[in-house]
Design a protein around this ligand. Structure first.
Ligand SMILES: [Zn+2]
Length: 407
């Protein structure tokens, strides 16, 4: 047990404790009575239900995180990672195969563990509050497709990076960044046309009042929309959503069927205007660039750490190896990555305001406000999360904050 081992344990504990504190702050921020500014948004009963939903979820996340903490600490103190490394070495000596097997075993074990919890979350909690629409069959198929994708995409990326590490030496991080950049551009462009259809059915929005209104809006703001799709979100949940995806000619706007079902044409055009706002203000491009910058920072710092025998030793292994180094580094890097996550959330909240403002200017602010209210009430959204919780975890401003700006 070297110093690094204790630093890692410290980071794991620190993360657990701050998350619990944020949860407690959030829970205590609930007012049992309907807050004044929420009158006209929630009725008493729906408000009580949203509080109950939040409490059930809070208790559940408390239990899951305690289990995960106990598991991770046991693995760390019992040198579990070194044990897996030892096993992997008995099978192959090829660095890429070792890394694939090592992360494959860890990924599978942690996924089986978290699957138990997500089964409860979907089929008990979401079911109880009427959100779940997923059948056990969809759940199993989703899992299998998810595994297949992780093996294909994750496996290919990992072997490529191990190979680059072996071949490039000092400038490893630059080559790895190049590979990652290509992958990220590709993923951004093709996510909605390749990955998403594996899980959902996308159908072009049929002709009718909605399509005509949307087309006339897009014509007005000069937005070339070739790909407007409806997605069968109702296959999994009654919660509604809409999103923008892709770049250039590959750009797509996707509306959930559950969204169309519950909103008026004016509201839907306003939601679409918000999505167009993200595009016009270049948020997709910005996200991609910042993602690359973050990966660059991470890979550069990683390159300074790699090959240091202390990394593998911290996980209890006597022999140094690339996969153990990466895993130990990932744990040491997590506070910085959490910090960057907070910065990204701040930026994302600013972007949401910008997209809202764009929708208000080019479409109808009142319709957007009423759509946001409907979404929040239907999804039992938390009306008054604690500001510290919002600061750390929220990618969108709260409903009340957005409504204030839409006035
Ligand atoms: Zn948005």
């Amino acid at each position: 047990m070297n110093t690094l081992f204790f630093i890692i344990v410290g980071i794991v504990l620190f993360d657990f404790i701050t998350e619990r504190i944020l949860d407690i702050l959030n829970l205590n921020n609930w007012n049992p009575d309907l807050p004044g500014e929420a009158k006209g948004i929630y009725d008493e009963e729906r408000y009580r239900k949203s509080m109950e939903y939040y409490k059930v979820n809070d208790r559940f996340s408390m239990i899951t995180s305690m289990f995960s903490l106990a598991l991770l600490l046991s693995v760390l103190f019992l040198d579990g990672f070194a044990w897996i490394d030892h096993y992997v070495r008995s099978i192959t000596v090829n660095p890429a195969w070792m890394a694939l097997l090592f992360f494959g075993i860890i990924g599978l074990a942690s996924d089986l563990f978290s699957t138990l919890f997500s089964l409860y979350k979907i089929f008990v909690i979401e079911e109880k509050f009427g959100f779940n629409k997923m059948t056990p069959k969809t759940f199993v198929l989703d899992k299998l497709k998810g595994y297949l994708l992780s093996i294909l995409i994750g496996g290919a990326l990992l072997s490529l990076i191990v190979w680059i590490y072996g071949a490039s030496g000092k400038y490893f991080w630059l080559y790895a960044l190049g590979v990652l950049a290509l992958f990220m551009v590709f993923a951004t462009m093709f996510y909605a046309s390749i990955i998403l259809p594996l899980f959902n059915k996308l159908t072009p929005l049929p002709e009718g009042e909605l399509r005509t209104s949307i087309e006339s809006y897009c014509g007005k703001v000069g937005f070339k929309l070739h790909n407007l799709f409806v997605m069968d979100g109702s296959k999994r949940s009654s919660k509604a959503n809409a999103f923008f995806s892709g770049m250039g000619a590959k750009k797509k706007i996707v509306l959930f069927d559950t969204l169309i079902e519950k909103h008026s044409t004016d509201e839907l055009v306003a939601i679409l205007a918000h999505e167009v706002g993200h595009y016009k203000k270049k948020h997709t491009m910005q996200g991609l660039m910042l993602g690359l910058l973050q990966s660059g920072i991470m890979l550069f710092i990683l390159s300074l750490f790699l090959g240091n025998p202390e990394l593998s030793k911290a996980l209890g292994a006597s022999q140094s190896s690339f996969h153990l180094d990466i895993l130990a580094f990932g744990m040491i890097y997590s506070p910085l990555s959490a910090l960057l996550g907070i910065l990204m959330n701040m930026l994302s909240r600013k972007n949401e305001y910008e997209a809202d403002r764009y929708a208000k200017e080019t479409s109808d602010g009142t319709a957007l406000a009423s759509a946001l209210i409907k979404l929040s009430v239907d999804n039992l959204g938390n009306l008054k999360p604690h500001p510290a919780y919002v600061f750390v975890h929220y990618s969108h401003p709260t409903l009340l904050q957005r409504l204030e700006k839409l006035k």
